[in-house]
Design a protein around this ligand. Sequence first.
Ligand SMILES: O=C1C[C@@](O)(C(=O)O)C[C@@H](O)[C@@H]1O
Length: 257
Amino acid sequence: MKKSTVTIKNLKLNKENTNICVPVLEKTVVEAIKEGKQAGIAQPDLMEIRLDLLEENQLGNAQDIFIALRGHMPYLPLLATYRSQGEGGNGKMDAKGVFGLYRAIDASGCVDMVDLEMSWDPAILQEGLEHFTQKGVATLVSYHNFDGTPTVEEMVNQFIQGEQMGADLVKIAVMPQSPKDVAGLFAACANAWDVLTIPYVGISMGDLGKITRIGASTFGSCMTFAAEKNKTSAPGQIETTKLRRVLEILNDEDDTP
Ligand SMILES: O=C1C[C@@](O)(C(=O)O)C[C@@H](O)[C@@H]1O
């Protein structure tokens, strides 16, 4: 059953609310715990642990990051992401390996959401979606293109595909080559507003696309990725506290003179 709002703890993910997600990008479990606690001070709405950036010998203990951060910030939803090299990350494992890693980490009981790439082997992607749905872990199906921006129609189709696969949320992050591409991403989100039931995330990356990290709230994108100072996981990310301020100005109904 498709839901228009995904609720995790006090967080509501839907097109009426834009939430700030801050990624943790460290090489070791110890550093990731330290950085996660530090990033939590700016009070993001969600935290993403980028497992693909951990050194390989750290992956066996990756669940300790989730356990420690849950203990430190019990209210904060945690997203597990292993971004493959093909989609702009550092991950070398195939979909089967990533599914296994997510399952191992989920044994901690501290994972609220997992990122599954649309480019995964379809059978494993389906298995992953069913497995985590059954476990009550939210599934975010994602598509990234660091080279360019597909047509509006293609992006809308990707949103629709994510919903049809049975994901709880769907995300696309694309690279603009022109202002027209940025407008295209906004157009795809505006269309998703009408045709999609599940919550969605749309990002146009780089300096050119920065406006989409702010304008997300106007176009129904339920999540925008921010960064700790000098710790961006993708080009164009804005610092958490600065982004929060801008979103507050945009969303403050009493602020119009
Ligand atoms: O998918 C995304 C979005 C992102 O690529 C961005 O552009 O903000 C950043 C990644 O950490 C995250 O997994």
